[in-house]
Design a protein around this ligand. Sequence first.
Ligand code: GLU
Length: 471
Amino acid sequence: MNKQASFFESVSRNFDKAAANTKYPKGLLEQIKTSNAIYKMNFPVKIGGKFEVIEAFRVQHSHHRLPTKGGIRYSHYVDQHEVEALAALMTYKCALVDVPFGGAKGGVKISTRKYTVEQLEKITRRYTVELVRKNFIGPGIDVPAPDYGTGPREMAWILDTYQQLKNGEIDSAACVTGKPEKTNGIKGRTEATGRGVFYGLREYLTLEDEVKALGLQTGTGGKTMVIQGLGNVGQYTGLISIEEGDIKVIGVSEIEGTIVDPNGIDIAKLIKFRAKKGSILGFPGTKTLKKREDWVSIKCDILVPAALESQIHKDNAAKIKAKIICEAANGPVTADAEAILLKKGVVILPDMYLNAGGVTVSYFEWLKNLSHIRFGRMEKRFDQNAYSNLVDMVTRLTGKTIGVKERTLLTKGADEVDLVRSGLEETMINSFHQIRANYTRKKNVTDYRTAAFITALDKVASDYLTMGIFP
Ligand code: GLU
């Protein structure tokens, strides 16, 4: 096996490929490409009576807009290059979906399974103190969120630690997003990345010419899907694809193995099964593949890598039988693998677009925290009354009445979750067509990743040019 292109190299190569299609000065492109600030820390935490030195990072990739934004990853594989690559992707992701932030990412090099909840809390709080001490966190500075290995619970600890240190800071709730709903979070954030993946895929599947060229019909209904990784993103991608898209999930892969069922796997039941048994293996109706890695070669329409980076590489790319790859994870396809897949005619919907639903709803949460009011509070009842009056008037004028169910549907005012979903849907559709414009208009651009990169680069470059630093 020859050396595999690392995640960092892949992001760098993808950047260069896109940059070659632009006319920006070299210095500007270099400035965009490089990480603006890197904070590497080693701090001691007392675990089970002994001190352990924890290695952690926070990378702010681009300060062209502030605050910077991006999740915090807890994983044994964390290293500086990985965090830098992830932070860079955040810059392009935010630009693509018009979220006015620079990109950032945090990483703590720990294997979460080795620690108790209390120990994880200790590590998280200490990490937050380190960030505060170096001014690497704050509503207008740098705003973390969940990523692989972290979730709302960790975000609540971060907020609490921050608030203890910044007593009286009125906007402090906006120092982190992805918080639990009860702790200044927003409805719809937990499902946001998976929901965004579904909206992005659904939009792609409306393109008649392209979808037909793949030998498929337009629309999501009846398509088959395989998901690698049943974490937050994989779970919601599966649940929403089944429920709202009538998609059939015929394979699921996790650390313990890969299961298949051509009739479709009920993801809601599978999640409960795994929570009880600690494994997806043995889920009723499914067969277990001999080798876990064989998830790549399952015949399906849509393959969704939703775990870690570099899962599809040059040694397994040729085995892929899917027509569309949905990059729910960050960087799941290496640059070498991508070259092989594009030759095979596989369409890749790229991470920086497809999984941007998370940061989009994080942006809504940040806005909610800054405005100190829940979305919908002012207008919900007003809208409800107005719609009600309208229905009454139509009833009076036509002499016809409608049922209670229809009336409730027609007169509903939007709740927070309705607005969040609608904002996310609008964002994913709108961004898709921005990318598509570059895909169809630029003759050298033959893949969606390059088109997405160029779309993002144009926006970041335009911000720098407005600053007047690069005449
Ligand atoms: N970690 C997520 C991502 O990779 C979310 C980031 C955020 O909400 O700031 O996009």
